[in-house]
Write a protein that binds this ligand. Sequence first.
Ligand code: PEP
Length: 248
Amino acid sequence: MKPLIAGNWKMNHGPQEGKTFFEEIKEIPGKKADVVIFPPFVTIAYVKDLARERGIFLGAQNLYWRPHGAFTGEISAKMLVEARVDFVLVGHSERRNILGEDDELINLKLKTALDYGLKPILCVGENLQEREEGRAMEKIKFQLDADLSGIHPSRVIIAYEPIWAIGTGKNATPEQAEEVHAFIKQYLGEVKVLYGGSVKPGNAFSLLSQPHIDGVLVGGASLKPDSFYDIIQSGIKAFEVKDSGPLF
Ligand code: PEP
């Protein structure tokens, strides 16, 4: 089994900085991890050859569900396919909370991504108040039900991203993350689940060592080639240990 290590650059790294990142990142040893970077739209065309040479997949941070037309500022799935991206993020908490995306729109976006052969990563997660009130699982279940309505869950990758851990430096403990991942897999069946929220070189190994964590979605620490590479290495090591089974 391989970990999936995903880097979400958010609104960082235009074409020049994006190219520099791909020129500087070291080669991924023996293709032992699947790696995908989500650059801003304008950067994609400038880095696609460099990414392919390094065996790194590209993804988009967003899409709109209509194929074309009068939707100023939006990008369609058809355009993403033409730009040769493989993955797309859907329902990131920043899009839900800052840009007002609701579950109905997220569901339409997921269906559209799948219709066009893109691999969607659906982000779900609770806020601090919901966690403190013991309602984390309830919130996640609600989002999964609404966002995946009419979609077979195995067609989508899930990213569990507790909102209180995103960009705050405060990651979920490996045990907290494991509990939610186990819940999601039990609820949905066969599905890949990534953890996201302040993943860094220092905590990646312990998170990725958990039995139900299949990979990570990394924001801030994916911007520098060295820290992102360290996280990839942690994933490879953690999965080697998991694959070799219990020592006793
Ligand atoms: C994210 O944006 O998906 C994320 C997890 O960000 P960070 O790693 O910076 O918390």
